[in-house]
Design a protein around this ligand. Structure first.
Ligand SMILES: *[C@@H]1O[C@H](CO)[C@@H](O)[C@H](O)[C@H]1NC(C)=O
Length: 224
């Protein structure tokens, strides 16, 4: 329901007690986004669109609100020199319903975070160590690309394709926060070449050469 200031004023002038009750009832829908302090996820019960059900509050302790999974350096011994540790709601149950999450990314020299998007969240990235070059592509198809040094933050608007490369000479360390406890990740080259989408349809819908598609399917584990 939409709050209409003129109507509210009219009610207040007519009958103070009734109007006050109406005023409160109009405000309630705006205020009940979070109906309780917390809802630590109960992973034993199924997840729904609204998230996980709550663990019994009597069994919640301070330990539930601390997660240590981002304290360890990610393994960068891979072709992309990329290691990531997530603190999404599926890792850290206390995030359930709170609309925030984090990741840690380690990038070796020359390391790459592949082109990807988060359909449900904007992302703000802090460069803790090293120098990276990041960019995103807007829906107007403009590319916004810039090099960030230690201490810089970059914002990636919700849903847009983006990437980073370690453009410095040393290891890079990034921490990022998301405006969702479950931001979702869609990696473009895995979406194209890492599943069983038939090559003929990838070729038809991307203008890529079928031979190139088949080679990339070997790299990304796709079939078809
Ligand atoms: C890092 O990943 C590589 C490649 O998967 C693996 O061989 C290596 O054992 C891993 N290192 C550690 C410390 O887990």
């Amino acid at each position: 329901m939409k709050l209409e200031p003129n109507k509210v004023t009219e009610y207040i002038m007519i009958s103070p007690p009734v109007s006050f009750w109406i005023f409160l009832s109009l405000l309630t829908p705006l205020c009940d986004a979070i109906a309780q302090d917390f809802c630590v996820a109960d992973y034993m019960a199924p997840q729904s669109l609204a998230g996980y059900p709550c663990k019994n509050p009597n069994k919640v302790t301070a330990d539930d609100f601390v997660y240590s999974g981002l304290g360890v350096e990610g393994n960068t011994s891979n072709p992309l020199k990329f290691g990531v540790s997530t603190a999404f709601v599926s890792d850290f149950p206390a995030l359930n319903g709170l609309g925030v999450s984090m990741v840690r990314t380690d990038l070796g020299p020359g390391g790459v975070i592949s082109l990807h998007s988060h359909p449900r969240a904007s992302e703000i990235v802090l460069v803790v160590e090293g120098t990276i070059t990041s960019g995103f592509i807007s829906t107007a198809n403009d590319v916004y690309i810039k090099t960030q040094k230690k201490g810089d933050i970059i914002i990636i608007p919700q849903g847009l394709l983006h990437f980073s490369v370690n453009s410095g000479k040393s290891q890079a360390l990034l921490f990022a926060s998301f405006s969702s406890e479950n931001p979702g990740v869609q990696v473009l080259d895995r979406a194209l070449f890492g599943n069983n989408w038939p090559t003929q349809f990838i070729a038809a819908t991307t203008s890529l050469d079928p031979d190139v598609i088949k080679k990339l399917k070997v790299v990304f584990g796709g079939s078809g």
